[in-house]
Design a protein around this ligand. Structure first.
Ligand code: SF4
Ligand code: SF4
Length: 377
């Protein structure tokens, strides 16, 4: 967005405050600086070259970029895009990102992951029985199962189960021994120049390894590879699919037999598979698969495009984890079942963190855990 368009949109705001009723970071903090309307006022200062305070910078960086506010603004203001553009502007002025982002970005550049994982342990999730036969980059396949930092290091069962399901279906794919970070964290922090370099390096890597298709497990990787890379990389022709979409197709082709697990679970829609997924959304497919697993799928009061963010989007946990906990707790209060399923490992990770911090008794699983369990039976 260019500066004039941004200011025009900001000036179109009628201060009706409707957006504030939909913004979880505002609802749990009651802080105007952490509301869509308040963030637009911070953006106005930035785009008219006024100084902003440290609290206002934090106001911007505690936005999960969930885009829920965008859906309800009657003035059609692209609120989350303006918040994001403000971050870019702050980085250009050397006023951002925050120290925590700089540390994580340094880790990404040095260790190829955003979760401070030991690069030598990236493949620890790979089941023993596949280690001898796995050819990694050398396998003749143009399809890469890209696990990403969260699945590789923090929610390893999402990597294991996704991999095993594809193997059981004899799906043609390969994995990388030295997988890079997709760069979404750097992009979200507003460091667009560095993010573009990472996108370029990764695109060249994919090209050199003959990759034409990517299958991802993480909502952040899906967003980066599918929505963001094409904006910045010339001739980017990689087809990107989420693992749920691929398994849904395999099941529709009768390549997967699922046997009922017979229990109730609640499905949470990740923002980046829903309202932030231009080539989606994936609402029907995960529910259909879970139902095929014999699960009674319950809903959170607001679902699909209105589903609240898990509370962890866009690096907010590092800035103020108490907001992530409060948002997650609010979601738990609306969930009747003990078990919650998600198709994003970051959502799973945050919900598990909330579960621990609030001493709740929820059990949070990645969607392919259920599918493999039903498949195994
Ligand atoms: S994108 Fe989400 S967190 Fe950010 S202001 Fe809008 S509703 Fe609030
Ligand atoms: S809903 Fe739109 S017009 Fe109303 S306060 Fe929010 S940004 Fe302004």
């Amino acid at each position: 967005m260019d500066n004039n368009n941004i200011l025009q949109e900001i000036y179109a705001c009628k201060d009706c405050k409707t957006c504030m009723d939909y913004c979880d970071t505002f609802m749990v903090s009651n802080d105007l600086l952490k509301s869509p309307n308040g963030r637009l006022k911070i953006a106005e200062k930035i785009f008219t070259n006024k100084e902003i305070s440290e609290e206002e910078t934090i106001g911007l960086y505690t936005c999960t970029l969930c885009a829920e506010c965008d859906l309800v603004c009657e003035q059609n203001i692209s609120i989350s895009k303006i918040i994001y553009s403000s971050k870019i502007k702050l980085v250009e002025q050397n006023k951002a990102p925050l120290a925590i982002h700089k540390k994580i970005i340094k880790d990404i550049m040095e260790k190829d992951n955003s979760v401070n994982g030991n690069p030598g342990e990236r493949l620890e999730w790979l089941p023993e029985e596949f280690r001898d036969e796995e050819l990694y980059e050398d396998k003749e396949s143009d399809t890469l199962l890209f696990l990403g930092c969260m699945s590789s290091f923090r929610v390893k069962e999402s990597a294991i189960t996704a991999y095993k399901i594809l193997k059981k279906c004899n799906y043609d794919f390969k994995i990388f021994k030295n997988e890079p970070c997709c760069g979404e964290y750097i992009y979200s922090a507003g460091d667009i120049n560095l993010a573009k370099k990472v996108f370029q390096i990764n695109s060249e890597l994919f090209k050199s390894k003959g990759i034409k298709n990517l299958i991802v497990t993480c909502g952040g990787c899906l967003y980066a590879f599918d929505q963001v890379y094409p904006l910045y990389i010339k001739d980017y022709k990689i087809k990107v699919r989420h693992i749920v979409d691929v398994i849904y197709e395999l099941e529709s082709q009768n390549k997967i037999d699922l046997i009922p697990l017979n229990k109730s679970i609640t499905y949470h829609d990740p923002c980046r598979l829903g309202r932030k997924y231009n080539n989606g959304p994936l609402y029907l497919e995960p529910r259909a698969l879970l139902e095929k697993c014999g699960l009674d799928v319950k809903e959170i009061a607001q679902n699909h495009s209105e589903c609240p963010c898990c509370g962890a989007g866009s690096g907010i946990r590092g800035v103020d984890s108490s907001i992530s906990i409060k948002i997650g707790k609010k979601i738990f209060e609306k969930v009747e079942t003990k078990e919650i399923a998600s198709s994003c490992p970051l959502c799973v990770f945050n919900f598990r963190y909330v579960n621990y911090k609030t001493q709740s008794e929820k059990e949070i699983k990645y969607i392919t855990d259920y599918i493999l369990e039903a498949y195994k039976n």
